[in-house]
Design a protein around this ligand. Structure first.
Ligand code: SF4
Ligand code: SF4
Length: 442
């Protein structure tokens, strides 16, 4: 069978052998839990509790602050100790609710449970909204908005993004192996929202155990297909995934729904299942803690709000002094300067490396080798775009389709001159995305 893929891409060392065979371990948080009111794309959530209030796990502690926003729920029982700005993984200070954990883990029944076949599509969407579910693959876009396109009848595919192409990450891999029924169940729930759609479980071919398992469990369901993809980074980027699985193309100003697709990652689909069938809001996620500086790398089921520092302790601490700590994977993640920050709905991994190869060897002049162009899945000219970004030349950046970059990092990875191509392009894209939001540019 021909395996599906996209044009461009790279094959970095994947580091997955460190954690792929390690079962998910649940972590009971210690000390205070911190819930930033911004853990999603859109308006900040608004605190619905006050200092001194007693809360239970699963209780809503912040309401959505607008249409594009998401409520936040406590993940332990305890007392609201403060509502104040706290440092986040991005280094900024964000208004947060701090809950002093009472260590009883008393939980509320957040939502009534109703048999799935008695729930309407609108009730399912409302449940997803109230449960505060956002895209857990990194973007943090509120899931109920994604599941409410203008014309649901025109959605042809609901794609569960099981690619997990980012090096080192194995949280989705473990979820697929340990909870395949919950993943398939979640996909079936999403298919209830789109009556004409087929479900696709899109998996890279470096995960044969997951492919076999999911094929076996879906063999009697004609609506669901397990699709094998070539292992190549960034296979799991939304546009590349849609192209590889359906042959449909979209650009940076389009949504997947514009080409009849809905894409959701493994953890998000499982969280939808939990909210709809068990009445639980978004409280947990699986985080891979890994890297050669970590004593016992592993995959952890984490209550959102737990500190990164505790996750390092759970993984046995550091065996070498890390030269670099990254939140997320090595390609799309970002350097972490303080581990006293909370995990959030979008935390996927913590990677600690004993060498920082990027800072060890600084950039030099471009040698015009063209490798960055060869690997770019966005089919743009990374070298030129980085030059335009460094010159603040917005017009040329737009003319050369700079907005089509998906910030995958492949160009920086491959560049023999070690130029910080992605970093420069990313900074310019941030500025232009803001302008696009305000309607100043198309
Ligand atoms: S220009 Fe953007 S899309 Fe192309 S390789 Fe670089 S980061 Fe990836
Ligand atoms: S990969 Fe680096 S050295 Fe080669 S053309 Fe691109 S920017 Fe220049």
């Amino acid at each position: 069978m021909v395996k599906k893929s996209f044009v461009g891409g790279i094959h970095p060392y994947d580091g997955k052998e460190l954690t792929k065979d390690i079962p998910i371990k649940a972590v009971l948080p210690k000390g205070d839990l911190v819930y930033p009111l911004v853990q999603h794309i859109g308006a900040p959530a608004v605190a619905a509790v006050k200092v001194g209030d007693k809360v239970l796990a699963g209780q809503k502690i912040a309401d959505a602050g607008g249409f594009v926003s998401a409520p936040v729920h406590a993940t332990v029982s305890g007392k609201v100790k403060a509502i104040e700005p706290r440092r986040t993984v991005f280094g900024d200070r964000v208004m947060s609710i701090v809950v002093e954990n009472d260590n009883y883990y008393e939980e509320i029944d957040a939502f009534p449970v109703k048999p799935l076949d008695q729930m309407t599509a609108e009730e399912i969407r409302e449940r997803i909204r109230e449960a505060g579910i956002v895209g857990m693959g990194g973007a943090g876009f509120p899931t109920f908005i994604k599941m409410s396109p203008r014309e649901p009848d025109k959605i042809d595919y609901v794609i569960a993004n099981c690619a997990e192409c980012e090096p080192y990450l194995t949280s989705d891999y473990r979820r697929m192996l340990e909870e395949p029924e919950n993943l398939i169940g979640g996909l079936k729930i999403l298919l209830r929202l789109f009556v004409h759609a087929r479900g696709i479980l899109a998996i890279e071919d470096n995960k044969p155990a997951c492919i076999d398992l999911l094929k076996e469990l879906t063999k009697d369901d004609p609506r669901i297909t397990v699709m094998e993809l070539k292992t190549k980074y960034p296979q799991g980027a939304e546009r590349q995934l849609i192209h590889a699985t359906t042959g449909r193309l979209l650009n940076s100003s389009m949504l997947p729904a514009d080409v009849g697709c809905i894409v959701s990652n493994v953890d998000t689909v499982i969280t939808v299942n939990r909210a709809v069938t068990r009445g639980k809001p978004m409280m947990y996620r699986v985080v891979t803690v890994t890297g050669d500086a970590v004593a016992s790398p592993g995959n952890f089921l984490v209550r959102i709000g737990t500190s990164y520092r505790q996750l390092i302790d759970e993984a046995g601490g550091f065996k070498h002094k890390p030269a670099k700590i990254i939140s997320g994977g090595p390609m799309m993640g970002f350097a972490l300067f303080d581990t006293d920050v909370p995990t959030t709905k979008t935390t996927s991994a913590l990677l600690a490396l004993s060498r920082d190869e990027v800072s060890e060897a600084g950039p030099c002049a471009c040698i015009n080798c063209g490798k960055c162009v060869e690997v770019c899945p966005g089919r743009v000219l990374p070298r030129k775009l980085a030059d335009f970004a460094e010159q603040d030349n917005e017009t040329a950046f737009l003319k050369y389709n700079g907005m089509e970059c998906c910030e995958c990092g492949s160009c920086s990875f491959i560049c023999p001159a070690r130029r910080h191509l992605t970093q420069s392009i990313k900074s310019m894209r941030r500025i232009l995305l803001e302008k696009r939001k305000k309607g100043e540019i198309k």
